[in-house]
Ligand binder design. Sequence first.
Ligand code: PLP
Length: 226
Amino acid sequence: MIRVTENFRKIQDLLAKAAADAGRPAEQIRLLAVSKKKPLEAILEVAAAGQRDFGENFVQEGLEKIREAARDDLVWHFIGHLQANKTRAVSEHFQWVHTVDRLKIAKRLSEQRPHYAPDLNICIEVNIDGEDQKSGVSADQVSDLAAAIGDLPRVRLRGLMCLPAIRHGFDEQRKPFAALRELYESLIAEGHDIDTLSMGMSADYAAAIHEGATIIRVGTGIFGAR
Ligand SMILES: *Cc1c(COP(=O)(O)O)cnc(C)c1O
């Protein structure tokens, strides 16, 4: 049995330390616990320790956990690759989608978001290293996609997300996050009312915090290896 509560406390401490080192208030940084492939039992244990935001990568797995948990105090973030035929379930049951990479997906999420629900929070996923095998828009497509999403009802553009190539060393790790922050700042200069930089995972969240991350997505560091 891995001690997820202990891991969770440790990550909270490390988040606070990284924020202090970066000269930022820790309250600016939201910890997203990435629970893919982990049982609901582990999620509920971390929830009992005070965690509220959980990230899931697979639609069916996420829906099952959301239904079984039946907790309206938890906030569910979809962070996996989203296919067009799965948008309805995601739009109906999640509060956030971090991985919008084309207008078609954003339009479907907008059309399918239930009218009784608050606006769905969405981030544009940027393929910040231009890797062939990864999803996400290229840097030069961000501005047009953001403008188009800004016109859609029932979804609210919150910011940008990235999943960079693996790098070693703090200074190297900072580079793609700095690039995403520049794109984020250019969207703000274009008049977008956004507040979210979703970047950094177990191995590189300290570097992301130094570059302005407002959501870090931590799986292994809390739940152990998958
Ligand atoms: C799995 C995953 C994470 C968490 O990764 P860890 O290295 O386990 O912290 C974060 N973001 C995305 C998009 C993921 O798929």
